[in-house]
Structure formats: C-alpha cells, structure tokens
Ligand binder design. Sequence first.
Ligand code: C5P
Length: 234
Amino acid sequence: MARHRSQPRIYVALDAANESRVRELLAALDPSLCGIKIGKEAFTVLGPRAVEWARQLGFPVFLDLKFHDIPNTVAQACRAASDLDVALVNVHASGGRRMLEAAREAIGASENAPALIAVTVLTSMEDADLAEIGVTDGAEVQVGRLARLTAEAGLDGVVCSAREAASMRAIFPGEDGLVVTPGVRPAGSARDDQRRVVTPTEALANGATSLVIGRPITAAADPGRALETIVAGL
Ligand code: C5P
C-alpha cells in the first residue's frame, strides 16, 4: 500500500494574495496537469478558503507553511493540514528529531494521508549566514545531515534546489521518495529573482520528483497555455 497520496509532476506556486486573482488563476489551469502550492502569504491573507477553492476544482494542494515549533504544536498543525485534505505538507528539519517524528505520527502513513516533507537549509542562506547562527560546517554538510535526519524520522522527502536533487534522491529513493524542487525556469523565460535556475527537464533528470513553478506560469499572459507548454516539453 502506498504510504501517501500520489504527487503531481508540477505544483504551480500561487503566490497571489487576493481572492479574485487566485480564483482567476485556478480557473485558468487544468487540474489534470498540476497541483497548486499555497504558501505563507496566500494562506495568511486568504486562510483555508484558498485550499478549499483549489480542492473544489480538483487540484492536489501543497500546503507550504514550513512548520517549525515544539513537537506538540507542529503535530496539531499537521493534523489540521490533513483535515484540509491537502496532498503535501512541509516542516523545517531543523526543528529536530522529536518534532519530525511528532509530525510523522500526526500525519500517518496511509494512501490517503498527505505526503510529509522537510526543508533542510533555506536556499537563501549561505555558509556565512549559517556560521552566524552557529552552524559552522557549511550548507552542503548541513543539508546532508538534515536530510538524513528527515529520512530517519520517517518523512517522505525534502524540498531542495534542483542542484541538490541527485544527492537527495539517494536518501529518498523509490516510488515513495519525494524530492520537490523550486527555482525552475523553462529555457528562455525570465529568471526573476531566482539565481541558480535549472530547466524542468534538467530538474527531473537530476532526480526531482515534483517541480514547483510560479511566475513562468502565473505571470504569463495565458497561464493555462504556459502550463501546457511546460508539460508538453517534459
Ligand atoms: O515564481 P517562482 O517560480 O520563482 O516561485 C517559486 C516558489 O517556490 C515561490 O513560492 C517561492 O517562495 C518558493 N521557493 C523558492 N525557493 C526555495 C523555496 C521555496 O523559490 N528555496
């Protein structure tokens, strides 16, 4: 039996935070081609309604709230996310083993349960930022350490840069292992504020199992067509 819901190949990052824009984007996209990622900004403004709108249209939802708190609080938040019928939930691996295990237990491992993944080191942090908070081994070592801890705690995978995808896939192998990568840009599209981008095909070849793509789709004149073009090129 699968240990979590199956995942779409693409999650479109819905970073809009007003109802009419969110509804417009949802209406423009085909739920058989993608899931929807709802993050802190949209969720803080719109609340669980945003998840419901996407679910009603048949989209799998990645609730990207990166929970990081004491184990009991994270477990309750994960249970609440499960009740929203989402497909994917995430936490910060730096919350530690007991927090990760509490999240795992709260989510459960059935084919109807959301998948549960962790953020290792935020890609906005460089070695110097880590050193300032006492992590002196550098980002690469810390990413590996936290990914192994995440696997030991029984989580399903990680969010990471496509550049780290191959080494992460080795830690989360098989059909149930998940490596979810943002920072993806189709060849020729604007990089926006992303720095180290890869194309969708490169990300999948590197071992990514789902891609998070925002502005190349949401800022396109025709978001539905932009999504179809990306899917056709995979
Ligand atoms: O528009 P774009 O494709 O850059 O959107 C990427 C999405 O993935 C945004 O929601 C962004 O916050 C998120 N993300 C990211 N890089 C990370 C983690 C999350 O771009 N390392």
